[in-house]
Design a protein around this ligand. Structure first.
Ligand code: DCP
Ligand code: MG
Ligand code: MN
Length: 348
């Protein structure tokens, strides 16, 4: 099975898939058990439609596809006849708009957003005023304070400018560090939501990068590059420490606050880490799925084999398995029989 991990949408039923996805996302944004099951059922139909090779023309044809139920087939019929889906307007209620606004705050997920909605908050100002007695964590308060900055993507040139300030500071602490930008930047995107920095270090001289992250963070704060901490590592000596914060171009009065992540992993995991943190997330999901189908398990640490799974639920792993590959991206692609894809090709 020498198939390229293809995630680009080119279904003959793309318009139908898009409308159903819109409706699915509205149900996902709500709390009810009913909504949960509706979203689940649309998800199954959408997946069935994605692999259906011909243009659907009738209700009967839609109904004949495995995974498409009666109600979804009626909606497909409506899309075919009117080009639209009334139910989208009907489900697009205030709670959806408000909770999606709240989820733009760093550290706020769906359940928190819904709690705040239930407490009577409808705007960011309501949260600032503490309406309904809602309390924000320190990280959420920073997320609220810099809401607009954090929700604006930066030009890739700005990510480069900031990274080019960071890299020499990191190398001045330890010249053997491996410091590279991952994420959308490595994929060549013109804009970046944040800056993802992978940190590791060769161990051939018997040393590691353990403990370097706190020293780097201190130096970057001192240089005015880091401005706010959102999540600092519990154990600073951890080879897998993760930091999340805000950064900016120092000395500029117009520069925005940008999100930055520092992601550390052991040197031996660098290939798997490159794949994982380069993404995108949809590409990663396709790679993990391919690995699972072949009896492996893939994560940011490596590709693992001999996984023992629970026969009652194949999603549950009973053992971590043995490491098969992790040092280079190429060997992982090769073992998974996925033809090499350059970072800019790893897109949905
Ligand atoms: N990642 C993933 N699954 C997640 C989150 C992240 O596989 N749920 C991986 C793939 C991402 C990478 O980590 O490409 C970096 O995560 P980001 O959230 O920073 O995403 P991107 O850098 O791809 O996009 P953006 O420009 O929005 O930051
Ligand atoms: Mg990113
Ligand atoms: Mn990130």
């Amino acid at each position: 099975c020498d198939t390229k991990v293809q995630t680009i949408d080119n279904s003959p039923n793309q318009d139908i898939i898009e409308k159903l996805t819109e409706l699915m996302n509205l149900h996902k944004a709500k709390v009810g058990d009913e909504d949960h099951w509706r979203a689940f059922s649309y998800n199954r139909s959408i997946r069935a439609l994605r692999s259906y090779p011909r243009r659907i023309k009738t209700y009967e044809q839609a109904r004949s596809i495995k995974g498409v139920g009666e109600k979804t087939a009626r909606k497909i019929e409506e899309i075919l006849q009117t080009g639209d889906l009334q139910r989208i307007q009907y489900e697009n209620t205030e709670d959806v708009a408000v909770t999606s606004l709240f989820q733009g705050i760093y550290g706020v997920g769906q359940s928190t957003a819904l709690q705040w909605f239930a407490a009577g908050c409808r705007s960011l100002d309501d949260l600032r005023d503490g309406k309904g007695n809602v309390k924000l964590s320190p990280a959420q308060q920073i997320g609220l304070q810099f809401y607009d900055d954090i929700n604006t993507r930066m030009p890739r040139e700005e990510a480069k400018t900031i990274f080019d300030l960071i890299k020499p500071i990191a190398l001045s602490l330890d010249s053997k560090l491996y410091v590279e930008i991952m994420g959308s930047y490595r994929r060549g995107k013109q804009t970046c939501g944040d800056i993802d920095v992978l940190l590791t270090r060769s161990t051939e001289d018997g040393q590691t990068h353990s403990g370097v992250l706190p020293r780097l963070l201190h130096a970057l704060h001192k240089a005015g590059i880091l401005t706010k901490d959102l999540a600092i590592p519990d154990n600073p000596d951890d080879l897998e420490a993760v930091y999340r914060g805000l950064c900016t171009i120092p000395g500029s009065s117009i520069a925005k606050q940008r999100r930055i992540d520092f992601l550390c992993l052991p040197w031996t995991s660098r290939g798997a880490a490159l794949i994982y943190y380069t993404g995108d997330d949809i590409f990663n999901r396709a790679m993990r799925l391919k690995a699972n189908v072949m009896g492996y398990s893939l994560n940011q640490r490596g590709l693992f084999g001999s996984i023992v799974r629970d026969p009652r639920d194949r999603r549950i792993k009973l053992s971590d398995g043995v490491l098969v590959a992790s040092e280079t991206e190429e060997e992982i692609f090769k073992i998974l029989k996925v033809p090499w894809q350059e970072p800019h090709e790893r897109i949905r």
